[in-house]
Design a binder for this molecule. Structure first.
Ligand code: FAD
Length: 425
């Protein structure tokens, strides 16, 4: 007697969809797995990510520390990482011949420095485990009828399936979530995350290419503050500190229509008072020297000159000649330089959508919908997003793997709750 294979349809041929599909097919060979991808490209974000190198994950090995890098979904990933963490990602790829390396800032890339290595690895897995891939297949609607899902594609083709994993990535507009809202799921409104700040026509833009290793940037009228590298670009401010602010402030800054004042402390170990004391000591022991040649806080020279100019100090001014008005202004500009941000620019290296399926409606231990049995979610479609540095892919791998494990176990009748331990790799 032959038994019909159970089917899992994965919607979306991105990182999360592939990871779910290949792992489910491997963990339960009795499962027929199909990936439906609306475009004619597979893993397109993996391809361009990290400047074509694919920043696969981040070298953080403590779940609590890692979870702090997710402005949305912190508690959710704290649970999911117990099942599949950064260490598991590294091991998973290594077992398939893809070695990862960590850079100084913690970002991890394949040693080949090519995203194609990751793509080939995932494609090989689909071949090894018989995952079927159908491109140009956009799912338009989905409903559960009896025990089967009925899927309708945009070209009116129909499909049925026992299990569905939605891994369709983030959508920029609420209207694009309609087909998921029709399922009865609630959506946290999408807003962009990971962007840089525009300072139209600001003189600081002339410093493009200059970066400060550690500055503190604060958004006026909010609790948003970040410390880290800041980079001047020809349109405004970028760098990790700015990108992190854009992620933590994704909603708040969207409400402000991306118009706000940012306060920059170029010497974050100092405040106005202790800098004044230090400056005055320095000034009295160097009174005959030209200020421009004594870059007091070891800032990049172009920035030091710019801040002097902004404080009315010219190249010839000596410490002895500095007026108290200029001294006060220079100290203020060093620890509290204020810029008017007007608008944002997408960070091309990595951008994500904050928002998506509300997490209260999804079980973090299985990625299964709490509203519809046998419906799973993985990746950016969930209301989880991380700061830049490999955190978004880690969530895609983790959620894809957990959904795969749950489907594989449900279909083989070996379902164990998350607390009953992990399946092998
Ligand atoms: C330029 C860029 C660089 C990035 N670099 C990094 C990085 O280096 N590190 C990092 O951690 N993160 C990075 N990210 C973020 C990361 O790429 C995403 O978080 C991750 O790809 C999300 O994976 P996903 O599978 O959930 O969604 P996606 O990769 O977006 O895949 C979803 C797929 O679903 C398809 N789809 C959508 N709707 C349907 C439908 N109705 N029917 C069928 N198919 C559908 C889409 O066409 C798409 O192929 C980057 C993002 C961008 C844009």
């Amino acid at each position: 007697m032959t038994t019909m294979k159970k089917e899992l349809v994965v919607i979306g041929g991105g990182a999360a969809g592939f990871f779910c599909a290949v792992n489910a097919a491997r963990m339960n060979p009795d499962l027929h797995v199909i990936i439906l991808e609306k475009t004619n490209k597979l893993l397109s974000k993996v391809k361009v990510s990290g400047g074509g190198r694919c920043n696969v994950t981040h070298a953080l090995f403590e779940i609590v520390e890692m979870s702090k890098c997710y402005p949305r979904g912190q508690n959710f990933v704290k649970k999911s990482f117990h099942q599949f963490f950064t260490t598991d990602t590294i091991k998973w790829f290594e077992e398939r011949g893809v070695k990862l390396k960590a850079e100084k800032d913690g970002r991890m890339f394949p040693v080949t420095d090519s995203s194609q290595t990751i793509i080939e690895c995932l494609m090989n897995e689909t071949n090894s485990y018989g995952v079927e891939i159908r491109m140009n297949s956009e799912v338009r609607s989905l409903k559960l009828e009896g025990e089967k899902f009925q899927l309708e594609l945009s070209d009116f083709r129909h499909l049925t399936s026992d299990f569905v994993c939605i891994a369709c990535g983030g959508y920029p507009k609420t209207s694009m979530f309609q087909w998921l809202g029709d399922l009865g799921h609630n959506i946290s409104e999408p807003v962009p995350s990971l962007f840089t700040f525009n300072l139209p026509k600001h003189p600081i833009n002339e410093l493009m290419g200059v970066s400060v290793e550690k500055a503190r940037v604060k958004i006026e009228g909010s609790k948003l503050v970040e410390e880290g590298p800041v980079l001047m670009t020809h349109w405004g401010l970028s760098g990790p500190a700015v990108l992190r602010l854009s992620a933590w402030g994704a909603r708040e800054l969207s409400v402000k229509s991306y118009e706000f004042k940012a306060h920059i402390n170029w010497l974050p170990e100092f405040n106005e008072q202790n800098l004044k004391e230090q400056f005055q000591n320095f000034r009295s022991s160097n009174s005959s020297k030209k200020i421009v040649n004594h870059n007091f806080g070891f800032l990049p020279n172009r920035l030091w000159q710019f801040l002097l100019e902004q404080s009315g100090v010219n190249n010839e001014t000596r410490f002895a000649d500095l007026s108290s008005k200029s001294e006060n202004l220079l100290i203020k500009n060093l620890v509290d330089y204020v810029v008017d941000v007007k608008g944002k620019t997408t960070f091309k290296e990595e951008f994500v959508t904050a928002g998506g399926i509300k997490l209260l409606e999804v079980d973090a231990n299985t990625m299964m919908s709490k509203k519809i049995p046998n419906l799973f979610f993985a990746g950016e479609i969930l209301d989880v997003d991380g700061v830049t540095g490999g955190f978004n892919f880690q969530h895609a791998w983790t959620s894809g793997w957990i959904a795969a494990k749950a489907v594989a176990q449900y279909t083989s009748g070996t379902y164990k709750s998350a607390t009953q331990g992990k399946l092998n790799g």
